[in-house]
Design a binder for this molecule. Structure first.
Ligand code: GLU
Length: 606
Protein backbone atom coordinates (compact mmCIF):
# COMPACT_ATOMS: atom_id res chain seq x y z
CA UNK A 1 0.00 0.00 0.00
CA UNK A 2 1.88 3.18 0.89
CA UNK A 3 2.02 5.98 -1.62
CA UNK A 4 5.31 7.27 -2.90
CA UNK A 5 6.10 10.32 -4.98
CA UNK A 6 9.32 11.93 -6.18
CA UNK A 7 10.19 14.98 -8.22
CA UNK A 8 13.18 16.42 -10.02
CA UNK A 9 12.32 19.94 -11.13
CA UNK A 10 14.00 22.08 -13.78
CA UNK A 11 15.19 24.60 -11.22
CA UNK A 12 15.13 25.28 -7.50
CA UNK A 13 11.55 25.61 -6.29
CA UNK A 14 10.53 27.48 -3.19
CA UNK A 15 7.31 25.48 -3.24
CA UNK A 16 8.86 21.99 -3.41
CA UNK A 17 7.51 21.04 0.02
CA UNK A 18 4.06 22.23 -0.98
CA UNK A 19 4.16 20.30 -4.24
CA UNK A 20 5.06 17.10 -2.38
CA UNK A 21 2.31 17.78 0.19
CA UNK A 22 -0.34 18.20 -2.52
CA UNK A 23 0.83 15.02 -4.28
CA UNK A 24 0.75 13.08 -1.03
CA UNK A 25 -2.81 14.21 -0.33
CA UNK A 26 -3.85 12.51 -3.54
CA UNK A 27 -2.05 9.35 -2.48
CA UNK A 28 -3.41 9.28 1.01
CA UNK A 29 -5.98 6.62 0.11
CA UNK A 30 -3.02 4.22 -0.07
CA UNK A 31 -2.15 4.58 3.61
CA UNK A 32 -2.35 7.26 6.21
CA UNK A 33 -0.64 6.28 9.42
CA UNK A 34 2.41 8.48 8.90
CA UNK A 35 3.82 10.87 6.34
CA UNK A 36 7.21 12.26 5.39
CA UNK A 37 9.20 14.14 2.80
CA UNK A 38 12.89 14.68 2.08
CA UNK A 39 14.47 17.26 -0.22
CA UNK A 40 17.99 18.09 -1.29
CA UNK A 41 18.71 21.77 -0.86
CA UNK A 42 21.97 23.66 -0.61
CA UNK A 43 24.02 20.45 -0.69
CA UNK A 44 22.19 18.87 2.25
CA UNK A 45 19.35 16.50 2.83
CA UNK A 46 16.40 17.98 4.69
CA UNK A 47 13.85 15.62 6.18
CA UNK A 48 10.46 16.10 7.83
CA UNK A 49 8.18 13.27 8.92
CA UNK A 50 5.79 12.20 11.63
CA UNK A 51 2.72 10.19 12.57
CA UNK A 52 -0.66 11.47 11.33
CA UNK A 53 -2.50 12.50 8.21
CA UNK A 54 -0.88 14.53 5.43
CA UNK A 55 -2.64 17.73 6.51
CA UNK A 56 -1.57 17.45 10.12
CA UNK A 57 2.01 16.28 9.58
CA UNK A 58 2.59 18.85 6.83
CA UNK A 59 1.46 21.61 9.18
CA UNK A 60 3.22 20.42 12.30
CA UNK A 61 6.49 19.54 10.55
CA UNK A 62 6.47 22.59 8.28
CA UNK A 63 6.60 20.84 4.90
CA UNK A 64 5.90 24.19 3.22
CA UNK A 65 9.24 25.54 4.43
CA UNK A 66 11.21 22.98 2.42
CA UNK A 67 12.52 24.02 -0.98
CA UNK A 68 14.92 22.61 -3.55
CA UNK A 69 14.78 20.93 -6.92
CA UNK A 70 14.70 17.27 -5.91
CA UNK A 71 12.49 15.57 -3.33
CA UNK A 72 10.62 12.44 -2.28
CA UNK A 73 7.43 11.94 -0.28
CA UNK A 74 5.69 9.00 1.36
CA UNK A 75 2.38 8.20 3.01
CA UNK A 76 2.62 4.95 4.97
CA UNK A 77 0.55 1.87 5.73
CA UNK A 78 2.85 0.06 8.12
CA UNK A 79 3.87 -3.52 7.45
CA UNK A 80 7.13 -3.69 9.43
CA UNK A 81 7.16 -1.71 12.65
CA UNK A 82 4.44 0.32 14.30
CA UNK A 83 3.33 3.67 12.91
CA UNK A 84 5.87 5.86 14.72
CA UNK A 85 7.97 8.84 13.71
CA UNK A 86 11.10 6.65 13.52
CA UNK A 87 9.40 4.15 11.23
CA UNK A 88 7.90 6.80 8.95
CA UNK A 89 9.56 7.19 5.56
CA UNK A 90 11.79 8.58 4.08
CA UNK A 91 14.60 6.49 5.57
CA UNK A 92 18.20 7.57 5.44
CA UNK A 93 21.72 6.14 5.58
CA UNK A 94 24.17 6.72 8.43
CA UNK A 95 25.62 9.82 6.75
CA UNK A 96 22.15 11.27 6.13
CA UNK A 97 22.97 11.92 2.49
CA UNK A 98 20.63 9.33 0.98
CA UNK A 99 16.83 9.20 1.43
CA UNK A 100 14.55 6.37 0.35
CA UNK A 101 10.79 5.91 0.06
CA UNK A 102 9.38 2.44 -0.47
CA UNK A 103 6.10 0.67 -1.10
CA UNK A 104 6.06 -3.08 -0.57
CA UNK A 105 7.87 -5.65 1.53
CA UNK A 106 11.55 -6.55 1.40
CA UNK A 107 11.50 -10.20 2.36
CA UNK A 108 15.22 -10.64 3.02
CA UNK A 109 15.58 -7.46 5.06
CA UNK A 110 16.59 -9.30 8.25
CA UNK A 111 19.67 -10.89 6.72
CA UNK A 112 20.64 -7.66 4.92
CA UNK A 113 20.23 -5.76 8.15
CA UNK A 114 22.47 -8.22 10.00
CA UNK A 115 25.14 -7.96 7.33
CA UNK A 116 24.98 -4.15 7.34
CA UNK A 117 25.05 -4.02 11.13
CA UNK A 118 28.18 -6.12 11.17
CA UNK A 119 29.69 -3.55 8.81
CA UNK A 120 28.95 -0.84 11.37
CA UNK A 121 25.66 0.60 10.08
CA UNK A 122 23.33 1.93 12.74
CA UNK A 123 19.60 1.44 12.20
CA UNK A 124 17.05 3.84 13.63
CA UNK A 125 13.79 2.16 12.60
CA UNK A 126 12.16 -1.27 12.65
CA UNK A 127 11.23 -1.13 8.97
CA UNK A 128 12.36 -3.42 6.19
CA UNK A 129 12.87 -0.30 4.06
CA UNK A 130 15.80 1.10 6.02
CA UNK A 131 18.18 -1.55 4.66
CA UNK A 132 18.04 0.16 1.25
CA UNK A 133 19.75 3.50 2.06
CA UNK A 134 22.34 1.70 4.19
CA UNK A 135 23.01 -0.86 1.48
CA UNK A 136 23.52 1.87 -1.12
CA UNK A 137 25.78 3.74 1.32
CA UNK A 138 27.77 0.56 1.91
CA UNK A 139 28.15 -0.15 -1.80
CA UNK A 140 29.17 3.45 -2.47
CA UNK A 141 31.88 3.31 0.18
CA UNK A 142 34.10 1.39 -2.22
CA UNK A 143 33.92 4.24 -4.74
CA UNK A 144 30.91 3.06 -6.78
CA UNK A 145 28.66 5.79 -8.22
CA UNK A 146 25.13 6.17 -6.88
CA UNK A 147 23.31 4.57 -9.79
CA UNK A 148 25.53 1.48 -9.93
CA UNK A 149 25.21 1.10 -6.16
CA UNK A 150 21.44 1.52 -6.35
CA UNK A 151 21.17 -1.07 -9.10
CA UNK A 152 23.31 -3.51 -7.18
CA UNK A 153 21.31 -2.91 -4.01
CA UNK A 154 18.00 -3.49 -5.82
CA UNK A 155 19.34 -6.72 -7.33
CA UNK A 156 20.01 -7.95 -3.81
CA UNK A 157 16.42 -7.41 -2.67
CA UNK A 158 13.78 -10.13 -2.52
CA UNK A 159 10.08 -9.32 -2.29
CA UNK A 160 7.90 -6.57 -3.69
CA UNK A 161 8.92 -2.97 -4.03
CA UNK A 162 8.53 0.38 -5.66
CA UNK A 163 11.48 2.43 -4.47
CA UNK A 164 12.69 5.95 -5.10
CA UNK A 165 16.03 7.17 -3.79
CA UNK A 166 17.68 10.57 -3.73
CA UNK A 167 21.32 11.26 -2.90
CA UNK A 168 23.05 14.52 -2.04
CA UNK A 169 25.93 13.41 -4.29
CA UNK A 170 23.56 13.50 -7.30
CA UNK A 171 21.48 16.55 -6.48
CA UNK A 172 19.51 16.62 -9.73
CA UNK A 173 18.48 12.97 -9.96
CA UNK A 174 15.81 10.64 -8.69
CA UNK A 175 16.60 6.90 -8.82
CA UNK A 176 13.79 4.38 -9.04
CA UNK A 177 13.07 0.65 -9.27
CA UNK A 178 10.02 -1.52 -9.34
CA UNK A 179 9.07 -5.15 -8.72
CA UNK A 180 5.34 -5.99 -8.27
CA UNK A 181 4.39 -2.74 -6.46
CA UNK A 182 3.28 -0.11 -9.00
CA UNK A 183 5.41 2.83 -10.10
CA UNK A 184 5.08 5.32 -12.94
CA UNK A 185 7.33 8.04 -14.25
CA UNK A 186 5.62 11.27 -15.31
CA UNK A 187 7.11 13.48 -18.01
CA UNK A 188 6.27 17.12 -17.31
CA UNK A 189 7.67 20.26 -18.89
CA UNK A 190 8.77 21.69 -15.57
CA UNK A 191 9.64 18.44 -13.82
CA UNK A 192 10.01 14.67 -14.08
CA UNK A 193 8.14 12.82 -11.38
CA UNK A 194 7.74 9.28 -10.14
CA UNK A 195 4.71 8.05 -8.25
CA UNK A 196 2.63 5.08 -7.17
CA UNK A 197 -0.35 6.54 -9.00
CA UNK A 198 -0.81 9.07 -11.76
CA UNK A 199 -3.44 10.94 -9.73
CA UNK A 200 -0.73 12.43 -7.57
CA UNK A 201 1.18 14.07 -10.42
CA UNK A 202 -1.64 15.21 -12.70
CA UNK A 203 -1.09 18.91 -11.99
CA UNK A 204 2.28 18.47 -13.74
CA UNK A 205 1.62 16.02 -16.50
CA UNK A 206 -0.61 13.34 -17.91
CA UNK A 207 2.22 11.77 -19.96
CA UNK A 208 3.58 8.74 -18.18
CA UNK A 209 5.73 5.68 -18.52
CA UNK A 210 4.51 2.70 -16.52
CA UNK A 211 7.50 0.80 -15.16
CA UNK A 212 7.54 -2.95 -15.66
CA UNK A 213 8.66 -5.47 -13.10
CA UNK A 214 12.41 -5.44 -12.51
CA UNK A 215 13.01 -2.19 -14.27
CA UNK A 216 15.38 0.29 -12.70
CA UNK A 217 16.53 3.73 -13.76
CA UNK A 218 16.91 7.41 -13.00
CA UNK A 219 15.62 10.74 -14.18
CA UNK A 220 16.73 14.34 -14.19
CA UNK A 221 15.18 17.28 -16.05
CA UNK A 222 15.17 16.43 -19.76
CA UNK A 223 16.41 12.87 -19.24
CA UNK A 224 14.84 9.55 -18.30
CA UNK A 225 16.88 6.37 -18.33
CA UNK A 226 15.33 2.96 -17.69
CA UNK A 227 16.84 -0.50 -17.98
CA UNK A 228 15.80 -4.03 -17.17
CA UNK A 229 17.63 -5.47 -14.18
CA UNK A 230 20.07 -7.88 -15.73
CA UNK A 231 19.07 -6.72 -19.23
CA UNK A 232 19.92 -3.68 -21.31
CA UNK A 233 18.51 -0.15 -21.56
CA UNK A 234 14.85 0.06 -22.49
CA UNK A 235 13.74 1.91 -25.63
CA UNK A 236 11.22 4.40 -24.29
CA UNK A 237 9.86 5.33 -27.71
CA UNK A 238 6.59 3.43 -27.53
CA UNK A 239 6.29 3.46 -23.74
CA UNK A 240 4.86 6.94 -23.17
CA UNK A 241 1.08 6.99 -22.65
CA UNK A 242 -1.28 9.88 -22.14
CA UNK A 243 -3.99 9.57 -19.49
CA UNK A 244 -7.16 11.60 -19.76
CA UNK A 245 -8.59 12.68 -16.41
CA UNK A 246 -10.57 15.74 -15.47
CA UNK A 247 -9.01 17.34 -12.40
CA UNK A 248 -12.49 18.16 -11.02
CA UNK A 249 -13.05 14.45 -10.47
CA UNK A 250 -10.63 14.59 -7.57
CA UNK A 251 -12.36 17.38 -5.69
CA UNK A 252 -14.72 16.78 -2.79
CA UNK A 253 -17.02 19.55 -3.95
CA UNK A 254 -19.82 20.41 -1.53
CA UNK A 255 -19.61 17.03 0.23
CA UNK A 256 -18.18 16.54 3.67
CA UNK A 257 -16.73 13.17 2.70
CA UNK A 258 -15.65 11.47 -0.52
CA UNK A 259 -17.66 8.40 0.46
CA UNK A 260 -20.97 10.26 0.27
CA UNK A 261 -19.88 12.03 -2.90
CA UNK A 262 -19.04 8.70 -4.49
CA UNK A 263 -22.30 7.06 -3.36
CA UNK A 264 -24.29 9.95 -4.83
CA UNK A 265 -22.15 9.94 -7.96
CA UNK A 266 -23.31 6.45 -8.89
CA UNK A 267 -25.92 7.49 -11.44
CA UNK A 268 -23.09 9.23 -13.29
CA UNK A 269 -20.41 6.57 -12.82
CA UNK A 270 -22.82 3.86 -13.96
CA UNK A 271 -23.69 5.91 -17.04
CA UNK A 272 -19.96 6.15 -17.78
CA UNK A 273 -19.48 2.41 -17.30
CA UNK A 274 -22.38 1.61 -19.61
CA UNK A 275 -21.39 3.98 -22.35
CA UNK A 276 -17.86 2.55 -22.16
CA UNK A 277 -19.18 -1.00 -22.48
CA UNK A 278 -21.12 -0.01 -25.56
CA UNK A 279 -18.54 2.25 -27.20
CA UNK A 280 -15.34 0.29 -26.47
CA UNK A 281 -16.62 -2.50 -28.68
CA UNK A 282 -13.28 -4.09 -29.43
CA UNK A 283 -12.28 -4.18 -25.78
CA UNK A 284 -15.52 -5.87 -24.77
CA UNK A 285 -15.73 -8.18 -27.77
CA UNK A 286 -12.23 -9.44 -27.09
CA UNK A 287 -13.16 -10.19 -23.48
CA UNK A 288 -16.37 -11.95 -24.52
CA UNK A 289 -14.54 -13.96 -27.17
CA UNK A 290 -12.08 -15.20 -24.58
CA UNK A 291 -14.84 -15.98 -22.11
CA UNK A 292 -16.80 -17.74 -24.85
CA UNK A 293 -13.99 -20.25 -25.36
CA UNK A 294 -13.88 -21.25 -21.71
CA UNK A 295 -14.59 -24.55 -19.99
CA UNK A 296 -14.88 -22.96 -16.58
CA UNK A 297 -14.76 -19.34 -15.52
CA UNK A 298 -13.07 -18.38 -12.24
CA UNK A 299 -13.76 -14.92 -10.85
CA UNK A 300 -11.04 -13.68 -8.53
CA UNK A 301 -11.19 -10.60 -6.34
CA UNK A 302 -10.47 -9.20 -2.88
CA UNK A 303 -12.82 -7.24 -0.59
CA UNK A 304 -15.68 -5.65 -2.50
CA UNK A 305 -14.22 -7.00 -5.74
CA UNK A 306 -14.66 -10.49 -4.29
CA UNK A 307 -18.33 -9.77 -3.64
CA UNK A 308 -18.70 -8.53 -7.21
CA UNK A 309 -16.96 -11.77 -8.25
CA UNK A 310 -19.54 -13.80 -6.31
CA UNK A 311 -22.32 -12.00 -8.16
CA UNK A 312 -20.51 -12.50 -11.49
CA UNK A 313 -20.10 -16.24 -10.88
CA UNK A 314 -23.67 -16.71 -9.70
CA UNK A 315 -25.01 -14.77 -12.67
CA UNK A 316 -23.07 -16.99 -15.08
CA UNK A 317 -24.45 -20.05 -13.30
CA UNK A 318 -27.94 -18.57 -13.57
CA UNK A 319 -27.29 -18.38 -17.33
CA UNK A 320 -26.15 -22.01 -17.39
CA UNK A 321 -22.34 -21.64 -17.41
CA UNK A 322 -19.80 -23.23 -15.13
CA UNK A 323 -18.36 -20.52 -12.90
CA UNK A 324 -16.78 -20.07 -9.48
CA UNK A 325 -15.62 -17.14 -7.39
CA UNK A 326 -12.36 -17.29 -5.46
CA UNK A 327 -10.98 -14.97 -2.79
CA UNK A 328 -7.75 -13.60 -4.26
CA UNK A 329 -5.58 -14.31 -1.22
CA UNK A 330 -6.71 -17.97 -1.26
CA UNK A 331 -6.29 -18.36 -4.99
CA UNK A 332 -2.95 -20.17 -4.65
CA UNK A 333 -4.71 -23.22 -3.25
CA UNK A 334 -7.79 -23.08 -5.47
CA UNK A 335 -5.99 -22.44 -8.75
CA UNK A 336 -4.37 -25.87 -8.67
CA UNK A 337 -7.22 -27.21 -10.75
CA UNK A 338 -7.08 -24.40 -13.32
CA UNK A 339 -5.81 -25.38 -16.75
CA UNK A 340 -5.76 -24.49 -20.40
CA UNK A 341 -9.28 -23.85 -21.59
CA UNK A 342 -10.28 -22.09 -18.36
CA UNK A 343 -10.70 -18.36 -18.08
CA UNK A 344 -9.93 -16.28 -15.01
CA UNK A 345 -11.72 -12.98 -14.58
CA UNK A 346 -9.55 -10.79 -12.37
CA UNK A 347 -11.68 -8.16 -10.65
CA UNK A 348 -9.68 -5.31 -9.11
CA UNK A 349 -10.60 -1.65 -8.86
CA UNK A 350 -6.99 -0.47 -8.89
CA UNK A 351 -5.70 -3.26 -11.09
CA UNK A 352 -2.79 -3.49 -8.63
CA UNK A 353 -4.18 -5.67 -5.81
CA UNK A 354 -1.23 -7.90 -5.17
CA UNK A 355 -3.11 -11.10 -4.32
CA UNK A 356 -5.16 -10.75 -7.49
CA UNK A 357 -2.05 -10.00 -9.53
CA UNK A 358 -0.30 -13.10 -8.22
CA UNK A 359 -3.40 -15.15 -9.04
CA UNK A 360 -3.35 -13.71 -12.57
CA UNK A 361 0.27 -14.72 -13.01
CA UNK A 362 -0.36 -18.21 -11.64
CA UNK A 363 -3.37 -18.64 -13.95
CA UNK A 364 -1.35 -17.61 -16.99
CA UNK A 365 1.40 -20.01 -15.93
CA UNK A 366 -1.18 -22.78 -15.84
CA UNK A 367 -2.31 -22.01 -19.37
CA UNK A 368 -5.58 -20.24 -18.56
CA UNK A 369 -6.63 -17.00 -20.24
CA UNK A 370 -7.22 -13.91 -18.14
CA UNK A 371 -9.79 -11.16 -18.53
CA UNK A 372 -9.31 -8.18 -16.20
CA UNK A 373 -12.04 -5.92 -14.90
CA UNK A 374 -10.31 -2.77 -13.69
CA UNK A 375 -10.78 0.92 -13.12
CA UNK A 376 -7.27 1.69 -14.37
CA UNK A 377 -6.32 0.56 -17.87
CA UNK A 378 -2.63 1.27 -17.19
CA UNK A 379 -2.56 -1.00 -14.19
CA UNK A 380 -0.39 -4.08 -13.97
CA UNK A 381 -3.34 -6.49 -14.01
CA UNK A 382 -4.82 -4.83 -17.11
CA UNK A 383 -1.48 -4.97 -18.87
CA UNK A 384 -0.78 -8.59 -18.03
CA UNK A 385 -4.26 -9.92 -18.84
CA UNK A 386 -5.23 -11.24 -22.28
CA UNK A 387 -8.04 -8.70 -22.37
CA UNK A 388 -9.36 -6.07 -20.04
CA UNK A 389 -12.59 -4.20 -19.54
CA UNK A 390 -12.15 -0.67 -18.23
CA UNK A 391 -14.87 0.40 -15.79
CA UNK A 392 -14.60 4.16 -16.33
CA UNK A 393 -16.09 4.83 -12.89
CA UNK A 394 -13.76 7.80 -12.39
CA UNK A 395 -11.35 8.08 -9.47
CA UNK A 396 -12.58 6.59 -6.19
CA UNK A 397 -10.85 8.33 -3.31
CA UNK A 398 -12.73 7.01 -0.30
CA UNK A 399 -11.14 3.81 0.97
CA UNK A 400 -14.42 1.88 1.05
CA UNK A 401 -15.47 0.95 -2.49
CA UNK A 402 -18.93 2.13 -3.48
CA UNK A 403 -19.25 3.39 -7.04
CA UNK A 404 -16.63 1.00 -8.37
CA UNK A 405 -18.51 -1.95 -6.84
CA UNK A 406 -21.74 -1.04 -8.64
CA UNK A 407 -19.79 -0.48 -11.87
CA UNK A 408 -18.16 -3.89 -11.50
CA UNK A 409 -21.51 -5.58 -11.06
CA UNK A 410 -23.02 -3.72 -14.04
CA UNK A 411 -20.08 -4.72 -16.23
CA UNK A 412 -20.16 -8.35 -15.07
CA UNK A 413 -23.87 -8.62 -15.75
CA UNK A 414 -23.40 -7.15 -19.20
CA UNK A 415 -20.48 -9.47 -20.00
CA UNK A 416 -22.50 -12.44 -18.74
CA UNK A 417 -25.43 -11.68 -20.98
CA UNK A 418 -23.12 -11.07 -23.96
CA UNK A 419 -21.61 -14.49 -23.32
CA UNK A 420 -24.90 -16.21 -24.05
CA UNK A 421 -24.55 -15.07 -27.66
CA UNK A 422 -28.29 -14.49 -27.61
CA UNK A 423 -28.63 -11.05 -29.15
CA UNK A 424 -32.21 -10.52 -28.03
CA UNK A 425 -31.17 -11.20 -24.44
CA UNK A 426 -28.22 -8.83 -24.78
CA UNK A 427 -30.53 -6.12 -26.15
CA UNK A 428 -32.99 -6.70 -23.35
CA UNK A 429 -30.31 -6.57 -20.66
CA UNK A 430 -28.73 -3.50 -22.19
CA UNK A 431 -32.10 -1.82 -22.43
CA UNK A 432 -32.74 -2.38 -18.74
CA UNK A 433 -29.18 -1.42 -17.74
CA UNK A 434 -29.67 1.86 -19.56
CA UNK A 435 -32.19 2.73 -16.85
CA UNK A 436 -29.49 2.39 -14.20
CA UNK A 437 -28.59 6.09 -13.89
CA UNK A 438 -32.23 7.13 -13.29
CA UNK A 439 -33.09 4.18 -11.14
CA UNK A 440 -29.97 4.51 -9.01
CA UNK A 441 -30.78 8.17 -8.41
CA UNK A 442 -34.22 7.08 -7.29
CA UNK A 443 -32.86 4.38 -4.98
CA UNK A 444 -30.45 6.85 -3.40
CA UNK A 445 -33.18 9.39 -2.86
CA UNK A 446 -35.68 6.94 -1.47
CA UNK A 447 -33.31 5.16 0.91
CA UNK A 448 -31.50 8.21 2.27
CA UNK A 449 -33.87 9.00 5.14
CA UNK A 450 -34.41 5.42 6.30
CA UNK A 451 -30.64 4.88 6.21
CA UNK A 452 -30.17 7.96 8.38
CA UNK A 453 -32.70 6.88 10.96
CA UNK A 454 -31.44 3.28 11.05
CA UNK A 455 -27.90 4.64 11.46
CA UNK A 456 -28.90 5.99 14.87
CA UNK A 457 -29.75 2.46 16.03
CA UNK A 458 -26.73 0.89 14.31
CA UNK A 459 -24.34 3.37 15.88
CA UNK A 460 -24.94 1.82 19.29
CA UNK A 461 -25.07 -1.90 18.50
CA UNK A 462 -21.99 -4.10 18.72
CA UNK A 463 -22.95 -6.55 16.03
CA UNK A 464 -25.39 -7.38 13.21
CA UNK A 465 -26.17 -10.09 10.67
CA UNK A 466 -26.77 -9.56 6.99
CA UNK A 467 -28.57 -12.53 5.48
CA UNK A 468 -29.68 -13.42 1.99
CA UNK A 469 -30.35 -16.33 -0.29
CA UNK A 470 -28.81 -16.74 -3.76
CA UNK A 471 -27.96 -13.26 -5.10
CA UNK A 472 -29.07 -11.83 -1.77
CA UNK A 473 -26.01 -13.36 -0.11
CA UNK A 474 -23.19 -11.53 -1.96
CA UNK A 475 -25.12 -8.28 -1.67
CA UNK A 476 -25.46 -8.92 2.06
CA UNK A 477 -21.73 -9.62 2.21
CA UNK A 478 -21.00 -6.26 0.61
CA UNK A 479 -23.42 -4.53 3.00
CA UNK A 480 -21.77 -6.13 6.02
CA UNK A 481 -18.31 -5.25 4.75
CA UNK A 482 -19.26 -1.58 4.33
CA UNK A 483 -20.54 -1.09 7.86
CA UNK A 484 -17.61 -3.03 9.30
CA UNK A 485 -15.07 -1.01 7.30
CA UNK A 486 -16.25 2.50 7.95
CA UNK A 487 -18.42 2.36 11.09
CA UNK A 488 -16.53 -0.40 12.98
CA UNK A 489 -19.75 -2.28 13.67
CA UNK A 490 -19.11 -5.98 13.66
CA UNK A 491 -21.30 -7.37 10.89
CA UNK A 492 -21.42 -10.83 9.46
CA UNK A 493 -23.02 -11.94 6.25
CA UNK A 494 -24.38 -15.45 6.00
CA UNK A 495 -26.47 -17.40 3.55
CA UNK A 496 -29.86 -17.00 5.23
CA UNK A 497 -30.58 -20.73 5.35
CA UNK A 498 -27.20 -21.45 6.89
CA UNK A 499 -27.70 -18.94 9.67
CA UNK A 500 -29.46 -21.46 11.86
CA UNK A 501 -26.34 -23.63 11.84
CA UNK A 502 -24.54 -21.47 14.36
CA UNK A 503 -24.97 -17.72 14.00
CA UNK A 504 -28.49 -17.77 15.40
CA UNK A 505 -27.11 -18.64 18.84
CA UNK A 506 -25.96 -15.03 19.23
CA UNK A 507 -29.35 -13.54 18.53
CA UNK A 508 -31.00 -11.93 21.52
CA UNK A 509 -33.67 -9.30 21.87
CA UNK A 510 -32.99 -6.32 19.60
CA UNK A 511 -30.11 -7.95 17.67
CA UNK A 512 -30.25 -6.39 14.18
CA UNK A 513 -30.64 -8.82 11.30
CA UNK A 514 -30.82 -7.54 7.74
CA UNK A 515 -32.51 -9.65 5.08
CA UNK A 516 -31.64 -9.00 1.45
CA UNK A 517 -34.28 -10.11 -1.01
CA UNK A 518 -33.29 -9.56 -4.62
CA UNK A 519 -34.64 -10.99 -7.86
CA UNK A 520 -37.41 -13.53 -7.53
CA UNK A 521 -38.64 -14.11 -4.00
CA UNK A 522 -37.37 -17.36 -2.57
CA UNK A 523 -40.14 -18.07 -0.10
CA UNK A 524 -37.80 -20.01 2.13
CA UNK A 525 -36.52 -16.69 3.37
CA UNK A 526 -39.83 -16.22 5.17
CA UNK A 527 -38.87 -19.09 7.46
CA UNK A 528 -35.45 -17.55 8.04
CA UNK A 529 -37.01 -14.25 9.05
CA UNK A 530 -39.45 -15.99 11.36
CA UNK A 531 -36.65 -17.97 13.00
CA UNK A 532 -34.71 -14.82 13.80
CA UNK A 533 -37.79 -12.90 14.85
CA UNK A 534 -38.75 -15.69 17.24
CA UNK A 535 -35.48 -15.00 19.08
CA UNK A 536 -36.20 -11.30 19.40
CA UNK A 537 -34.17 -10.08 16.40
CA UNK A 538 -34.77 -6.59 15.06
CA UNK A 539 -35.49 -7.48 11.42
CA UNK A 540 -34.76 -5.11 8.56
CA UNK A 541 -35.79 -6.38 5.15
CA UNK A 542 -34.49 -4.83 1.95
CA UNK A 543 -36.65 -5.93 -0.94
CA UNK A 544 -38.30 -4.82 -4.18
CA UNK A 545 -41.56 -3.03 -3.61
CA UNK A 546 -44.67 -5.14 -3.90
CA UNK A 547 -42.76 -8.26 -2.97
CA UNK A 548 -43.48 -8.30 0.73
CA UNK A 549 -45.64 -11.27 1.66
CA UNK A 550 -47.85 -11.10 4.76
CA UNK A 551 -45.19 -13.10 6.64
CA UNK A 552 -42.43 -10.65 5.66
CA UNK A 553 -44.62 -7.68 6.52
CA UNK A 554 -45.57 -9.08 9.90
CA UNK A 555 -42.00 -9.93 10.88
CA UNK A 556 -40.06 -6.95 9.55
CA UNK A 557 -39.46 -4.12 11.99
CA UNK A 558 -38.31 -2.02 9.05
CA UNK A 559 -38.84 -2.62 5.35
CA UNK A 560 -36.70 -0.80 2.82
CA UNK A 561 -38.65 -1.12 -0.39
CA UNK A 562 -36.75 -0.50 -3.59
CA UNK A 563 -38.23 -0.05 -7.07
CA UNK A 564 -39.18 -3.37 -8.64
CA UNK A 565 -36.67 -3.85 -11.45
CA UNK A 566 -35.17 -6.49 -13.68
CA UNK A 567 -32.79 -8.88 -11.92
CA UNK A 568 -29.80 -7.33 -13.73
CA UNK A 569 -30.61 -3.82 -12.54
CA UNK A 570 -31.42 -4.90 -8.99
CA UNK A 571 -28.09 -6.69 -8.70
CA UNK A 572 -26.44 -3.31 -9.19
CA UNK A 573 -28.70 -1.06 -7.14
CA UNK A 574 -29.67 -3.24 -4.19
CA UNK A 575 -26.49 -2.48 -2.27
CA UNK A 576 -27.10 1.28 -2.25
CA UNK A 577 -29.15 1.42 1.00
CA UNK A 578 -26.38 -0.57 2.70
CA UNK A 579 -23.76 1.89 1.46
CA UNK A 580 -25.77 4.80 2.82
CA UNK A 581 -26.39 3.02 6.11
CA UNK A 582 -22.67 2.37 6.58
CA UNK A 583 -21.85 5.98 5.76
CA UNK A 584 -24.42 7.51 8.11
CA UNK A 585 -23.54 5.09 10.90
CA UNK A 586 -19.89 6.15 10.66
CA UNK A 587 -20.90 9.81 10.75
CA UNK A 588 -23.27 9.15 13.66
CA UNK A 589 -20.33 7.62 15.56
CA UNK A 590 -18.14 10.62 14.80
CA UNK A 591 -15.80 8.66 12.51
CA UNK A 592 -14.17 9.71 9.25
CA UNK A 593 -15.61 7.24 6.74
CA UNK A 594 -13.01 8.17 4.12
CA UNK A 595 -10.11 7.00 6.22
CA UNK A 596 -11.06 3.97 8.29
CA UNK A 597 -8.38 2.91 10.75
CA UNK A 598 -5.98 0.17 9.71
CA UNK A 599 -7.27 0.10 6.15
CA UNK A 600 -5.92 1.40 2.88
CA UNK A 601 -7.11 1.24 -0.66
CA UNK A 602 -5.06 -0.58 -3.30
CA UNK A 603 -3.59 -3.39 -1.28
CA UNK A 604 -0.12 -3.97 -2.63
CA UNK A 605 1.27 -6.06 0.20
CA UNK A 606 0.59 -9.77 0.72
N1 GLU B 1 7.31 -2.20 4.39
C1 GLU B 1 7.29 -0.77 4.43
C2 GLU B 1 6.94 -0.25 5.81
O1 GLU B 1 6.38 -0.93 6.64
C3 GLU B 1 6.34 -0.21 3.38
C4 GLU B 1 4.93 -0.66 3.64
C5 GLU B 1 3.92 -0.59 2.47
O2 GLU B 1 4.25 -0.41 1.32
O3 GLU B 1 2.71 -0.77 2.75
O4 GLU B 1 7.24 0.87 6.11
Amino acid sequence: MCGIVAITASGRREDLGLILTESLKRLEYRGYDSVGIAVIDGGALRLAKNVGTVDIVARVEGFARLSGSVGVGHTRWATHGAPTRENAHPHTDCGRRIAVVHNGIIENYAELREMLRSRGHVFTSETDTEVVPHLVEELKSSGTDTYSAFKKAVSALRGAFAIVLIDVDEPRRIFFARRVSPLIVGLGDEAILASSDIVSILPFTNRVIVLNDDEVGYAEPGLVFIEALGGGPVDLGGRVVRVEYAMGEFEKGPYEHYMLKEIREQPHSLAQTLSGLVSAKEEVERAVRILGGSDTVYFIGAGSSYHASLIGALYLRYLGFRAYAIVASEAGAYLRGVREGDVVVAVSQSGETIDTLLAVRESIRRGAKVVALVNNPLSTIAREADAYVYLRSGPEISVAATKTFTSQVAALVYLGSALTGDSSRVDRVLESLRRLPDVTALVIESSESVAKSLAKRMSSVPSAYYLGRAFGYPISAEGALKIKEVAYVHAEAYPAGESKHGPISLVVCGFPVFFTVVGELDELIEGNIEEMKARGAYAITVLPSGMATPVIEKNSDVMIQLPRLSLEVSLVTHVVPYQLLAYYTAVERGLDPDKPRNLAKTVTVF
